[in-house]
Structures are given as C-alpha cells and as structure tokens.
Design a protein around this ligand. Structure first.
Ligand SMILES: [Zn+2]
Length: 563
C-alpha cells in the first residue's frame, strides 16, 4: 500500500471519552492480571490508530501548507491534544495503583510502568492553567522569531532565509549578514528578555506547586529520563571540558590553515575556502544511489529502503508551499515510517538520507515491539540511531561526493566534535538558570559569557555587540521551548562516535550491535539501551577520553593541505 492509500479519519474526543470510561471500569474491576493486560492491549491498539491519523494530518499539512483542508485536519488534532492527554491521565493513574503491577512488569518490562510514573509526576490538574500559560509564552517566542523581517543587501529575509549568507565564501557578506541578524535581536532584546524571564519564573512555580525544589528535576522528568540526573550530566560536561575543548582548539588552528586566515571570528563558520562539498548527483540519482547503498549495507536496510521507495514514504525535494526542515514521522497502525525533507543541492541532502533514514530504520525495526510507546526511545537514544547511520554509510559517500568525499568526511568529523562543547554550554547555562530563577536578564547574559569562556574559549565576536554582551543564546529555540533538551545531541553523538570507531574496527560486529539497538526501540531507558548496544556510557569517566583519542588519530592522518 502506498502512503496516499493509507486510510485516514478524524477521531472524535467524545468517542474516546466513552471508550476510555469503559476501559477504565474494566481495568479497575479486573480480577486478574490477564484482564488488565487485555484492556491495555485494546488501549494500545487505539493509540496506534490515533497517533497514525494525527501523524498523517500533520504530515499532509507540512507537505502543502496552502492546502486548507489539510490545515483544518492538522488544527483539529492540535486542539484535541490536551483533552486526549487528560483522558489518558485517568488510566495512567489506575495503572499506577494496580494490584497486578508485578504481572504488568513481567509482561512489558519496567519501562512501561516507569514512563507512566514519570508522566504522573509531571502533571496535576492544579497546574493546568500554568501549562496553558507556558504554551502561550512558547508560541509567543515562535511568533517573534518566525516573524523576523530583516533587511539585508536591499532585500527582506526571515532568519532562515538569512542563514545561507552566514556561510558565504565572502567574509564581508558573512560578517554583515550576522550584523543584520543581531541588529534585529538587539531591536527586540526587551521582548526576548521578558519572555524568557516569564518562562523561567513560571516553570519554577509549576515545579514548586508539584513539590519540587526547582525546575531541574521536573525538567528531567519531562524528558522522560528515569535513569540519570543532573549529577551524571555534570560529569559528562566536565569530560567535555577536559578532553574535547583542547582538541576543538586544535581544529580551529587547522581551520585557519584551510581558510588561509590569521584569526578566526565567530562569523568564519565556513569549512573550506570554496564552500562546503556539494552532491554531484541529481535528486533522482541520489535516491537511486541510496537504494543501492542500503542494499549493500545489510539485508535489513535493503528491505527497509525498498519499502520507503515503493510505498512512496519519502517527500524529499524542496518545492513551493512545502514547510521548511526535515524530519521523520511514523504511522504505527501501518507499521511504516516516513521521511520529509527539502533537498536544496547542499551536502545536507545526503545527511537527510542518512540521518533521517537512521530514525526511520530504527522505527521500522521496532515495529514488533508490543507497545506504541516502545516504538521510539527517548531523545538522547533516538539520536544515536540517526547519528550512527551517518557513519555507517561512510563507505558509500563517494557515490554522492566523488572527488569531494574526503572533504565531506572531514567536515562531518570536525563538525560533530566541535558541536560537543557548544551543546554542553547550552546545558550548563540552563542548569544555572533554573537553579537561580530570580536572576535578572543581565545576570543571565553575564553568566552565559562565563560559560562561553569555559566551553568555547576561542570565540571572538569581533565588534558585534549583541552576542558580545551575552545574548546569543536567545536564538537557540530549545532554551525557550524545551528546557534541558539539548545535551541529548551530545550524549548521542558520543555514542555515534563509538559506533564509528567499532565499525572501522569490525564492521559486522558493529552492525549487529546497531541492529539490536534499533530493534529494541524505546523498550529500555537510555542507559539500558547503551548497555544493550555494547557501548560505554557517556557519563562514565574515560568514555570521552577514549573516543577523542581515536578521533584525534583519524584527524592527525588527514592531509589538511589536500582538502
Ligand atoms: Zn535526529
């Protein structure tokens, strides 16, 4: 069946309420574990259906934002979201006090119950109004950032539209485009400060109302982290400072050589004098190349990618009326994932086909998991599959980049490594912010600069005032939208590097471990999945050190002058 033939319908809240009332009664009155299990299986079947239709509604709108009918469907599912959450909250409470918890645990493992416990710890009817307020403030941020109208070189751009100029081969264009960007932030500085201040204080109040000392623990629970806390993450950041920051400094020295510059400023974010490597194939050739690549990679990926192609589960090329960005979504009822992207002739087109295909392959491989909630793991685990797939496909990069293959690989490794300190900086800053909810906007900016000096010691903003005074993080949407969701990328990257090292050493074994990880989906928390994959836990001492050693060795072997 092709995507366009997938049945779709609106699910009404009333019908769900009625069903849930029935399930709830049966669950609470159940006299055996088996009875409870059969109710939960029915609920899961319904969840599968609901989340599939919701995903279809959202995807169809993303594929054509001018389609009014698609917009109406998406908005319908958006508006019923909170009510659906409330409906499910009732059942969660019943499961949490079930007398057959041991049997439920034996059936689905500990993760199922842990997830419910965590959900319950993040919600209480008395915070409903505050949650609504939080959503409003989040939307205000989205509107503020999305509505940017920036004059540059005689034309008006939004922030995304201005992006390519920051990577221009001409230094003057890079600098002036950044100046235009930050002038706009400066003009709106009060609004950014005020919005964040409100969000921080509101989140603190929500946390205190729920009985927490501050927002940090609640923030971790919201990210469904059941198996590690702020202490472990702090140890991970410490290792980044010790082992990654020095090598990134070395990479910057190398970059000066590559770019032929005496000094690097913040706006020198390009990788090569002539610009980044570009795919040497058309988008059709790219897909054909990827299909061949996935067949050669493993029987599992071959089968998977054929399905993606034959059932039209990818919308890859940029066109008018399409939402920007790239993502992977899924329709659990039909056991199928979907890849959405906007090919635009950059190396990112290839990364989409490896990164998003990593997410999609994991989801497809997890289709036999018994619960819809096990289809995807938590964020720091989910990115392992995608980032590792970027490395597993390295041997085929020549198909796409031809003579620029080495450049692509260098950019990939250097970029991934250089990202770690920035990710840690964003994370450390947020911990400080929520530990000090009464800090003023100016104090926050001063603190940001302190963290920058620790994690990004070479950063030089030249004479651009806004970032120089500590405001640059206001463009990082995670900080406003999803507190504490950022370190995830650095944890996953550390695991992906381990897969890269393994695969250089013993490809078959590495793939075996990876495939096992993909099949496990979200049935285990992060630390459990890392162990299952035979990887070292990023929080543990020595993990980053050994990763960095191997990466450094690879970098040392690169002849920079040939790039
Ligand atoms: Zn991803």
């Amino acid at each position: 069946m092709k995507y366009s033939d997938f049945p779709y319908k609106r699910i009404s809240v009333d019908s769900q309420k009625e069903l849930m009332a029935g399930w709830l009664t049966r669950f609470e009155k159940a006299e055996s574990a088996d009875e409870q299990i059969s109710v939960l299986k029915e609920v899961d079947e319904a969840n599968r259906e609901y989340s599939s239709y919701q995903a279809i509604a959202s995807l169809n709108f993303n594929r054509n934002i001018n389609d009014e009918a698609a917009k109406a469907e998406k908005e319908y599912y958006d508006t019923i979201g909170p009510e659906m959450q409330e409906i499910h909250n009732k059942l969660d409470k019943a499961v949490d006090v079930s007398t057959f918890k041991d049997e439920l645990r034996a059936m689905w493992g500990d993760t199922f119950l842990k997830m419910i416990e965590m959900d319950l710890k993040t919600f209480d009817p008395k915070i409903m109004d505050m949650l609504r307020k939080e959503t409003e403030l989040r939307n205000e941020y989205t509107q503020l950032v999305g509505g940017a109208q920036i004059e540059f070189d005689g034309k008006t751009y939004n922030l995304a539209g201005l992006g390519p100029f920051h990577k221009n081969a001409d230094r003057h264009v890079r600098k002036t485009s950044y100046e235009a960007r930050f002038d706009w932030f400066e003009e709106n500085a009060d609004q950014f400060d005020e919005l964040y201040d409100k969000l921080v204080k509101l989140r603190h109040k929500i946390a205190v109302t729920l009985g927490y000392e501050n927002f940090i623990e609640l923030g971790y629970l919201r990210m469904s982290r059941s198996d590690y806390g702020a202490k472990e993450v702090a140890n991970f950041r410490k290792q980044i400072v010790e082992h990654v920051v020095p090598i990134v400094t070395k990479l910057r020295q190398q970059k000066k050589e590559i770019l032929g510059l005496d000094h690097l400023y913040f706006y020198d974010g390009i990788n090569f004098k002539e610009g980044d490597p570009k795919p040497k194939v058309t988008s059709d050739e790219l897909v054909a190349g990827a299909q061949k690549m996935y067949h050669e990679l493993s029987p599992e990926t071959g089968e998977f990618f054929d399905i993606m192609v034959n059932e039209e589960l990818m919308d890859l090329v940029n066109r008018d009326g399409k939402m920007v960005g790239g993502f992977c979504t899924a329709f659990p009822k039909y056991n199928r994932p979907y890849i959405f992207s906007n090919f635009n002739g950059t190396d990112h087109d290839i990364t989409v086909l490896t990164h998003e295909a990593g997410h999609a392959f994991q989801c497809y491989s997890s289709r036999k998991q018994p619960l819809t909630s096990y289809l995807w793991p938590t964020m720091e685990s989910a990115e392992i599959h995608s980032m590792s797939m970027e490395f597993f496909t390295w041997p085929w990069m020549e198909t796409f980049f031809k003579e620029e293959t080495e450049r692509f690989k260098y950019k990939h490794i250097a970029g991934s490594l250089s990202f770690l300190p920035y990710g840690a900086c964003v994370d450390h800053f947020q911990h400080w912010v929520y530990e000090n909810p009464e800090a003023t906007p100016i104090e926050r900016k001063e603190k940001w600069l302190e963290f920058e000096a620790l994690y990004l010691p070479d950063r030089d903003y030249d004479d651009i005032e806004f970032p120089k005074s500590g405001g640059i993080w206001q463009g990082q949407l995670h900080i406003y939208q999803m507190p504490f969701y950022y370190i995830d990328y650095t944890l996953a990257q550390t695991c992906a590097f381990q897969f890269w090292i393994k695969s250089e050493d013993n490809r078959e074994k590495a793939w075996e471990d990876y495939y096992r990880l993909c099949q496990a989906g979200g049935s285990l928390p992060f630390t459990g999945l890392v162990e299952l994959a035979g990887l070292k836990l990023p929080f543990d001492d020595g993990c980053l050190e050994s990763v960095v050693q191997k990466v450094t060795k690879w970098l040392d072997d690169v002849d920079v002058s040939s790039l």
